[in-house]
Design a protein. Sequence first.
Length: 358
Amino acid sequence: MASLLALFAPSPPPPLSTDYSGTQFAWRFLVFRPALFVPQAILLLGVLLYLAIALYGKHRNQRTADALYNALHPLLARNFSAPASSSGLIPDGPTDFFVFSTGRRAVASLHTFLWQLYDLRYQPRDHLTLDFLLDADAAAALPDFVWAVINKSELTTIKDNRWDLTFTRTTEHSSLPPMFSIMSEFADVSDALFKLHLSPSTTLSTLLATPPSLTYLRSLSITDQPHERPQLAASYVAEKHTSKRVFLDISIPKQPSDILPLVDAVFALVDILAAGKVSLRPETKAKIRKVREDIEKEIREEEIREKKEEAAEDKKAAKRKAEQDKIARLSPVEQKKLLERNQKRALKKSQAKVVRKA
């Protein structure tokens, strides 16, 4: 009985080091020495600081996104019968927000993305992207081409993120300020677009050369190609006539209303594109068509080559499995003999290689 009670008896407190000379707090047998927990305190402080910054950043992002959404919503409501979903602004994590709009002539849908604290080359910034997907009639009225006007600060990264822009060449244009570059397949495309009148007194070139476009515009692009390179020729053929888009990417100002004229002008641009007012020379159309045919052929050839490589790998795997099954059916003595023969064969091959090198 005494030995059983000894199991429940409290153990004596561990001996305390006598080398400690800092502040300590003691109560009965409990002793707390703060200086021994400095690393843990620093770690806890770091975690609390990180949480505080994360919560502040999330609140700040939500507040910025709400202000921009409230400024944009009347414009979206004028242009779409369904300017947003029932939940309005939809968060996608703490930094990204989007709105889906539909119900407008010439536009199948509009995705509006609000990216907060977006980092390019470690330069945090907030920006807004409007992705206009043209409907079938508008896409049919617009010739195939890839074209963009890009703020030069974006040139180092945009081609890494946009496969469609690899179709283009980067040039300067006399009608644009020096801070912008043109990315176009052919000069004829730029000439045709810059002649477009968004209003009786405003052409596309004058729009891009005046505030707020000059201040906030990061990129404006018109494309008939997907952002990412297709892996299958069938999907490329199926989508190439139904994936024409207009992209507007702009920095978010302190006063969201400052960008409304630029966004409104892009709606006018979409209507003009859908009206079939972009005219290219026949030779330009032929060259663009040839580029797409070559891309389709290249994708198809890569697809065939990959299928052949997969078939060859499957054949090798099947052959290895058949050989392993055959060996497994042999007796231990026969397996040993086969192993010795394979070792001798491998040794002869290695010796032959040495002789040839010599």
